[in-house]
Design a binder for this molecule. Structure first.
Ligand SMILES: C[C@H](O)CC(=O)SCCNC(=O)CCNC(=O)[C@H](O)C(C)(C)COP(=O)(O)OP(=O)(O)OC[C@H]1O[C@@H](n2cnc3c(N)ncnc32)[C@H](O)[C@@H]1OP(=O)(O)O
Ligand SMILES: NC(=O)c1ccc[n+]([C@@H]2O[C@H](COP(=O)([O-])OP(=O)(O)OC[C@H]3O[C@@H](n4cnc5c(N)ncnc54)[C@H](O)[C@@H]3O)[C@@H](O)[C@H]2O)c1
Length: 313
């Protein structure tokens, strides 16, 4: 209660002085149905929005719908433990609000908000947004869930730069309470207000971020994870002991290697490689031979069943 009051006061402080009117959001398209897109679609549908979950790959969509169903079953078991009928109805209603499709147009033409959660690659994001810009209504707001790319740079491929911002979710989306909302120097106040309102409407606590590398969380978290890998590569400790140490000695829910496997080693590599290209003189962003090797072997972490740890057993 007190927390909500603080959030509302921050919200009022920042926006009561502007006359910006937020836009009503009814329908949301989530493009990319992997680890993040499936979670974003789930929490958005749970909040009552009608959702198009779009992916170029039908298998990814099938996997996403299964994972949403499992995640809802898990969360409703406790929430409605004495009312199984209610839980069943809640799951059905939520699933019914999500339309999974490989047709980009079918969602983009009808959505008020588009959240992109495809692979962490600037060219792929540019190609997607330039298509979306030509098929979406001009009022539709575009956002990216990028972990590390500048929102301003992603927005270069569209004309609607005032209706473009960042919505950075955390994994697992249904559980993690934070949403980073990113404003570029071209994002309009009305767009930004709409994005903050959307964040609150899906039950997240929002923080306001500038378009700086890694925003708030990843600028601190990613160098920490790669520092742990360097420690392991030097032979200072086993990765299992580093994980145990950080969980029991620093109170983290997961150690850095468990977290790398959880985020995906490919995504982690994309992030560090991208930052190193941009900031070649900053030693924080050095590559990791061990991660490069695991990625080249297709051992990407939990999503492939193996990374630093083996999840197939
Ligand atoms: C790189 C990117 O850009 C940014 C990022 O995303 S960085 C990554 C950020 N994420 C983190 O740091 C995650 C750190 N890990 C954790 O917080 C925890 O280990 C965890 C929440 C993932 C799992 O928690 P843990 O206690 O170990 O396991 P578990 O007991 O299975 O789950 C805890 C609760 O979450 C729920 N849960 C876990 N995963 C879930 C999912 N996918 N869907 C729904 N519910 C889920 C469980 O049902 C359980 O709920 P309950 O407390 O009501 O019973
Ligand atoms: N993994 C994390 O913990 C995490 C957390 C926050 C943000 N992110 C960011 O979210 C984005 C997605 O990450 P992820 O971990 O969900 O990736 P993922 O590999 O699990 O899923 C990406 C999905 O996008 C689909 N895709 C690729 N190109 C597409 C296109 N042009 N059109 C439609 N679908 C396409 C793929 O088929 C795949 O299903 C990345 O930008 C990543 O940096 C990831």
């Amino acid at each position: 209660m007190a927390k909500n009051l603080i959030i509302n006061n921050i919200f009022k402080r920042n926006f009561s002085s502007t006359n910006a009117l937020s836009r009503k959001i009814n329908s949301v398209s989530v493009v990319g149905s992997g680890l993040m897109g499936s979670g974003i679609a789930q929490v958005t549908a749970e909040a009552g929005y009608s959702v198009y979950l779009i992916d170029q790959n039908q298998n990814a969509l099938d996997k996403a719908m299964k994972s949403i169903q499992n995640s809802l079953t898990r969360s409703t078991k406790k929430r409605f433990n004495k009312e199984p009928d209610h839980a069943e109805r809640y799951i059905k209603d939520t699933m019914d609000r999500i339309q999974a499709t490989t047709e980009l147009d079918s969602g983009a033409e009808k959505s008020d908000l588009i959240i992109e959660a495809i692979v962490e690659n600037i060219q792929a994001k540019h190609d997607l947004f330039s298509k979306l810009d030509s098929i979406s209504p001009k009022e539709t707001i575009f956002t990216s869930n990028t972990s590390s790319l500048p929102i301003t740079e992603i927005a270069q491929s569209v004309n609607r730069k005032d209706r473009f911002g960042g919505l950075h979710f955390f994994n697992p989306v249904p559980v993690m309470k934070l949403l980073e909302v990113i404003k570029t120097h071209e994002t309009s106040d009305a767009t930004y207000k709409t994005l903050l309102e959307y964040g609150l409407s899906i039950g997240k606590t929002t923080v306001e971020c500038k378009d700086t590398p890694g925003f708030i969380v990843n600028r601190l978290l990613v160098p920490y994870m790669f520092e742990a890998v360097k420690m392991y590569e030097r032979g200072d400790a086993s990765f299992q002991d580093i994980d145990t140490a950080m969980k029991l000695g620093a109170g983290y829910p997961m150690g850095p290697f468990e977290l790398l496997d959880y985020v995906g080693l490919d995504t982690s590599k994309f992030i560090i490689d991208g930052w190193r290209k941009r900031y070649p003189n900053d030693s924080t962003f050095q590559s990791s031979p061990v991660i490069d090797q695991l990625v080249s072997e297709g051992r990407l972490g939990r999503k492939t069943g193996e990374g630093f740890y083996n999840y197939k057993k």
